[in-house]
Design a binder for this molecule. Structure first.
Ligand SMILES: [Mn+2]
Length: 195
């Protein structure tokens, strides 16, 4: 089974993440940051990974550490669950429309972290949530998940829709990339001999 569990504790946050790459998109995410829980739920639902997240962070300061460290822990969990990456598709892409917003994602489970983030938000906040934290989350996920991750806003006017479209586009692209490719027949999707 391609499953993993990671616990990560610092002076700022305590986080536990479990992932099953071959799940059905079941989720149970509680981080103390309501909008972020809503986004993590989307990530699970649309990637078809089963995902549980428990995070207790220093949200009395702001949501930054909790969101970033959840990205770190989730990236580490993905790396563990993917193992040697034999037989997977490796690449994924999705262009997702949500009301006014359209976001395009292309990613490679390359073990070469690189984030290209072209998603300007029209407002600094979604409710109490800082929109700049969306980038922080994906930066951490890219670094610790070993993902070359490109996310571009095609257009959009509503910050909630833009954030949600970004999470859903990444989720859909991830679904494709982690999926077993029967034609790979368990081979490594690389000519280098390691990923
Ligand atoms: Mn929503």
């Amino acid at each position: 089974m391609r499953e993993a569990r990671v616990s990560r504790k610092t002076a700022e946050t305590a986080i536990e993440v479990t992932v099953n790459l071959d799940g059905t998109g079941q989720y149970d995410c509680q981080t103390g940051v309501g909008f972020f829980d809503h986004m993590l739920d989307q990530l699970a639902r649309h990637s078809l990974m089963d995902l549980t997240v428990r995070a207790k962070g220093d949200t009395h300061i702001d949501d930054h550490h909790t969101v970033e460290d959840t990205g770190i822990a989730l990236g580490q969990t993905l790396t563990q669950a993917l193992g040697d990456k034999r037989g997977i598709r490796r690449y994924g892409q999705f262009r997702l429309a949500m009301d006014d917003a359209q976001v395009a994602c292309a990613l490679d489970l390359s073990a070469r972290p690189y984030l290209v983030w072209n998603v300007p938000f029209p407002t600094p906040k979604i409710g109490t949530f800082d929109t700049e934290l969306v980038r922080e989350f994906f930066q951490a996920l890219s670094t610790h998940g070993g993902i070359t991750l490109h996310v571009d806003l095609v257009h959009g006017v509503n910050s909630h829709h833009i954030a949600e479209a970004a999470f859903k586009a990444v989720a859909r692209a991830l679904r494709e990339a982690v999926e077993p490719d029967p034609r790979m027949a368990g081979a490594l999707p690389s000519t280098k001999g390691a990923l």
